[in-house]
Design a protein around this ligand. Structure first.
Ligand code: URA
Length: 300
């Protein structure tokens, strides 16, 4: 790509991150000095610190994960869909979340809606992952209550989600809705989001670079919503939030911490479609959360 064009694209991206409240781009083609974004406040950013304390490890690629936790739709299609020579990745750009939970703690409902709308516009115009941006029908930002106590955090949109612009609307999504209702919630009570905001073509596994590109978006999304509980659906959601490479079998059954949020990691609904016997484990995980919330659902 012509360097001028690349510079224009990166500046445009930096400007839009700046408008979304992101303050620095700490790593850009090996340069150690953070690049200030245009709309950044003069005060030193605390975001880098925040990303390190909340996100200790860089996300690994999904191909490292055992099939146990990989959503069905992706696993089956991923091998066949790998192009012979993938298009070049965009330059490595790492962005701190900038707005920590503390900074966004005082937002009222209207302000959260506004912040989510601004962020969703940034996401809609994001071109960091060239292949995903070129092939998506639309971005899939998130849906639900901007003041939700519980966020359900999935992996990446599939074909149905790409078409409809809403997370978890396909087969696995229908099961997730049943799970949410079994908890005595409605879909509108909680917030549902994914790690990736674009569908990986052919439902292939997202790359580590794609996960990294999308991380500032979901971290800010969570900081705006300020949930008390985050339910990671599948290994990749847990990996991208908690920075752990452990499989769900080793992560489930206990609380983890992300900042002030209690996090549970349980099996992905797509895995449950293939392995219905694992539903009892998912239900046990959710009951642990509900009990902690002081909620006693009718089921089991
Ligand atoms: N699987 C996910 O992880 N997210 C979706 O939105 C749909 C399927």
């Amino acid at each position: 790509m012509d360097p001028q064009q690349l510079r224009r694209i990166l500046l445009q991206q930096a400007r839009s991150w700046g408008q979304a409240g992101l303050r620095t781009v700490p790593a850009f083609r090996g340069e150690a000095t953070p690049l200030p974004l245009e709309s950044a406040p003069a005060s030193p950013p605390e975001g880098r610190q925040a990303i390190e304390s909340h996100h200790p490890a860089a996300p690994a690629t999904r191909s490292e994960a055992p099939a146990e936790s990989r959503p069905e739709s992706r696993t089956s299609a991923s091998a066949a869909a790998q192009p012979a020579s993938p298009p070049p990745l965009p330059p490595r750009v790492e962005v701190a979340p900038m707005a920590s939970f503390q900074e966004l703690a005082g937002l009222n409902r209207a302000q959260r809606i506004e912040q989510l709308e601004i962020l969703s516009q940034q996401v809609a115009h994001c071109t960091l992952c060239q292949e995903l941006a070129a092939k998506r029908t639309q971005t899939v930002f998130g849906v639900g209550n901007p003041e939700a106590k519980v966020c359900f955090f999935g992996e990446a949109p599939g074909a149905d989600e790409d078409r409809q612009g809403e997370p978890f609307v396909g087969k696995a999504g229908k099961l997730l809705t049943q799970i949410i209702e079994a908890c005595s919630f409605k879909r509108e009570d909680v917030y549902i989001l994914n790690t990736l905001k674009c569908r990986p073509p052919g439902n292939r596994d997202p790359t580590a670079q794609e996960n990294q590109n999308c991380q500032p978006y979901f971290l800010r999304q969570l900081a705006i919503i300020q949930p008390q509980y985050i339910v990671c659906l599948g290994k990749y959601a847990a990996e991208n939030l908690l920075g752990t490479g452990l499989p769900i079998g080793k992560l489930r059954g206990r609380f983890h911490q992300y900042g002030q949020c209690k996090v549970i990691a349980t099996y992905h609904p797509a895995y449950l479609l293939r392995n219905p016997s694992a539903k009892k484990e998912v239900w046990a995980d959710l009951k642990m959360m509900l009990q902690d919330m002081g909620i006693h659902p009718a089921k089991g």
